[in-house]
Design a binder for this molecule. Structure first.
Ligand code: HEM
Length: 126
């Protein structure tokens, strides 16, 4: 069973009685695991209710550590609800796309005018 977890839900599970972590787009319930964690409970508590991907990867967890994850998985993270989490808001907005499109035109118009001018000079024998 896999559910879609929103940012609100993730943030709400940030206490010792209920600890959820977001790691690489998936949400894990680490409430029971915290007592068994070889790296201690404090480091996990500090990431509770947050995107712990960087913290988890920085430690260089072993394959054994990664193998524990599926059991704790609650579901996937709803990226659309997480615009204020780092790394989740990298897709360009429609406004950014419009600006990009606009700046292409800004180059295209003067360049085509220049091309037309040189073509005219060439053909008029100047
Ligand atoms: C559900 C998520 C996590 C699991 C299943 C997990 C599992 C483990 C395991 C099995 C180890 C032993 C070494 C290894 O096999 O790599 C370990 C070590 C460690 N973990 Fe985690 N961990 C989790 C999340 C985190 C987070 C969020 C942090 C935050 C910084 C963290 C920090 C550490 C540290 C510092 C060690 C090293 C302990 C040492 O070598 O003395 N872990 N973890």
């Amino acid at each position: 069973m896999s559910k879609v977890v929103t940012l609100e839900e993730l943030k709400a599970n940030n206490t010792k009685s209920s600890i959820w972590l977001l790691i690489d787009g998936k949400v894990y319930n680490c409430t029971k695991f915290i007592d068994e964690h070889p790296g201690g409970d404090e480091v996990i508590l500090a990431e509770a209710g947050k995107d712990a991907t960087e913290a988890f990867e920085d430690v260089g967890h072993s394959d054994e550590a990664r193998a524990l994850l599926p059991e704790m998985m609650i579901g996937t993270f709803d990226k659309n609800s997480g615009m204020d989490l780092k790394k989740l808001s990298t897709a360009p907005t429609s406004a950014q796309k419009a600006i990009e499109h606009g700046s292409n035109l800004m180059y295209f118009i003067p360049l085509s005018l220049m091309g037309a001018y040189f073509a005219w000079r060439y053909y008029s024998g100047a």
